[in-house]
Design a protein around this ligand. Structure first.
Ligand SMILES: [Zn+2]
Length: 313
């Protein structure tokens, strides 16, 4: 099989790309994400038709946020789009006339990194995506581990704090409440409120109030040495690294890959994650340590991974 199309369904944009066997993107197009399930199917079909013009493509892989069933056909439930048992594979296949594979977006990103990014050379890889929330993907023995019902690796909702912060999923103390882009903003606002004298740069980048602080301000301020911004990254890293130590107990991978917008900061966030991981790794003095690596494909991982999963059929 030669070229396939990867589709990444985001909250605001749907991206489609023609991807070759080496994971290179040959053409892309983006369309706004419509508000209705029917609209999304139409938009995917349009994007696939547009991007495939002039190419011979064999299959389509779709990465979607949500629970995707074990047949990789139906989105059981999605948090952002109003999908409830949405038969996405059948609907898109009817429109585009190509075989379609549907995959959870974090699984698709993990597969992309494993095949063409930071996971190359490893057979056992666990990925976490620190975006707005926290997503995950598991590769065991070179295979994507989807679980019996297709919904494995939902790490973000592991309960790490009994009776902790309320989560959007309805539970309390979920890991993504402590390790995610949203958590980072909360840390920064709280710290800026408590010690504004240590957040001069950070507050200056926003509107001057703690509530005006956004994710991009924290990155910029940390690079300029703002103590509150740096401390906020450390707090996020502390929770992320401790969670990776738990995942090492479960999966014993040779590499963890940390992706998502937060990982764009590189060693600013990766070094404290590694430190926390070593601190909490059980028996750490006497066992081999998995590497903790930054993702390499950035925002392309999901699209490239979905296209490759479609190629594998
Ligand atoms: Zn939750």
């Amino acid at each position: 099989m030669g070229l396939t199309i990867g589709v990444d369904i985001g909250g605001t944009k749907i991206a489609a790309g023609v991807v070759d066997e080496e994971g290179s993107i040959l053409a892309t197009c983006k369309v706004p994400t419509p508000g209705t399930p029917e609209g999304v199917v139409d938009a995917i079909a349009d994007a696939v038709r547009t991007v495939s013009e002039g190419f011979e493509v064999d299959a389509v892989g779709i990465g979607a946020a949500g629970y995707v069933d074990d047949k990789r056909a139906t989105v059981l439930f999605a948090p952002n789009i109003n999908w409830r048992h949405e038969a996405l594979k059948d609907k898109v296949e009817q429109r585009v006339g190509l075989p379609v594979v549907v995959e959870n977006d974090a699984n698709a990103a993990a597969w992309g990194e494993y095949r063409f990014g930071a996971g190359q050379g490893h057979d056992d890889v666990v990925c976490i995506t620190l975006g707005t929330g926290l997503g995950g993907g598991i590769i065991i023995g070179g295979k994507l581990h989807r679980g019996r019902f297709g919904v494995a690796a939902e790490f973000g909702h592991i309960r790490v704090v009994p009776d902790g912060l309320l989560c959007g999923c309805g539970s309390q103390g979920c890991w993504e409440q402590y390790a995610s882009g949203r958590a980072l903003v909360r840390y920064a606002r709280q710290r800026a409120q408590a010690t504004p004298e240590n957040a001069a740069v950070l507050l200056g980048l926003g509107d001057g109030t703690p509530e005006g602080i956004e994710g991009k301000h924290i990155s910029d301020a940390a690079r300029q040495g703002d103590p509150v911004a740096i401390d906020s990254f450390r707090e996020l890293a502390r929770w992320a690294g401790a969670g990776l130590a738990d995942l090492a107990s479960l999966f014993d991978p040779s590499a963890f890959i940390v992706g998502g917008g937060v990982s764009d900061e590189g060693d600013l966030v990766l070094d404290p994650i590694r430190k926390s991981f070593r601190r909490w790794l059980v028996g750490g003095r006497w066992r081999p340590h998995a590497q903790v690596l930054a993702a390499q494909l950035g925002g392309r991982a999901g699209l490239v991974g979905a296209a490759d999963l479609a190629r594998q059929g």
